[in-house]
Design a protein around this ligand. Structure first.
Ligand SMILES: [Zn+2]
Length: 314
């Protein structure tokens, strides 16, 4: 069990300093659960950063060998999984919500979810031997090895006909992509109408909007000046008009940081998807609100930490 729980960064020590890719999601565990629960789940910017790294490593490449070292993750692997992927060329690497989609020639799409603890690492031809939790290894025709590691095995791999991905049950009922133009204040108001839950919980509901988790919901609510305790149904009109751009700007900044982390540190070589964040309220309990200087407060909602400024957020 030497490699679980994962080290603070989970990174090959020769590649990046721990500071370079601090993983706020892990701190609850590292610090002995001082927070009620901080989500270890990667959120949209992390998944999108992984997508960019995977695209660089896999797009246009042929998979010469695929190996799995067990029968299941969260669910069993599809029948003939390795055989169906072997010798297929990866045409596109896409993302929907927090799923990664690899469109293959001959009309199948590999659907992947990183779950709670999954991560991808891209190695060159001099890759180390498989680790205990390296469950899937993709080898490419230019001699890269893309390794999926998942100690807790909440990840998922599935195959679907490319033309039927959108109607796959995995995506049924998932809300709009937050960075899509179709995600609007009017649409959000309609989705929140009649919801008797706090807005924090409503934004974590993937049916309302796709891909948001604890961190970016806290940050977006802060930027919009909306209390996480406010009744979801009361977020309409001007408040929804502030919240939608706040969500988009928080995500865009995180994506920019993720993209630069790829350029600066990884070059699609090494672990993908985690990068340094600069949060205004998340994980800043007791520190000064960057707007008013009063202390940031932490409360627990649905068993998870919420960070906010009671003075600025109403
Ligand atoms: Zn404040």
């Amino acid at each position: 069990m030497a490699d679980f729980p994962p080290p603070f960064t989970g990174v090959r020590p020769d590649q990046k300093s721990p500071e370079a890719i601090s993983r706020p999601q892990d701190r609850g565990a590292v610090e002995g659960g001082r927070f009620a629960t901080t989500s270890p789940m990667p959120e949209l910017p992390e998944v999108e950063t992984v997508r960019m790294g995977l695209a660089e490593a896999l797009q246009g490449r042929r998979l010469t060998r695929v190996s799995i070292n067990r029968a299941d993750l969260r669910k069993p692997f599809p029948p003939d999984f390795a055989r169906r992927l072997t010798n297929r060329r990866v045409q596109h690497v896409r993302r929907r919500a927090k799923y990664l989609l690899l469109d293959l020639d001959r009309g199948e799409t590999l659907i992947m979810h990183m779950g709670m603890s999954g991560r991808f690492t891209v190695y060159g031809h001099n890759a180390p031997h498989n680790g205990k939790h390296d469950h899937v290894v993709f080898e490419t025709d230019d001699h890269k090895r893309v390794v999926f590691t998942d100690p807790r095995r909440f990840g998922l791999m599935a195959l679907a006909a490319t033309g039927e991905v959108d109607s796959d049950p995995l995506f049924a009922g998932i809300g709009p992509e937050p960075l899509d133009d179709k995600f609007t204040a009017a649409g959000l108001s309609a989705a929140l109408k009649g919801k008797r839950t706090p807005i924090k919980a409503a934004l974590l509901d993937q049916r309302v909007v796709a891909g948001l988790g604890n961190i970016y919901v806290c940050e977006a609510l802060f930027r919009a000046g909306i209390s996480p305790r406010r009744l979801a149904s009361s977020v309409a009109g001007a408040r929804a008009g502030r919240l939608v751009p706040a969500i988009k700007s928080v995500l865009k900044e995180a994506l920019a940081a993720g993209g630069s982390s790829l350029r600066d540190y990884a070059h699609a070589d090494g672990e993908l998807g985690y990068f340094q964040h600069h949060f205004r309220v998340y994980d800043r309990e007791g520190k000064a609100c960057p707007t008013c200087g009063k202390p940031v407060k932490r409360i627990v909602q649905s068993g998870r930490s919420t960070f906010f400024c009671p003075n600025c957020q109403r």
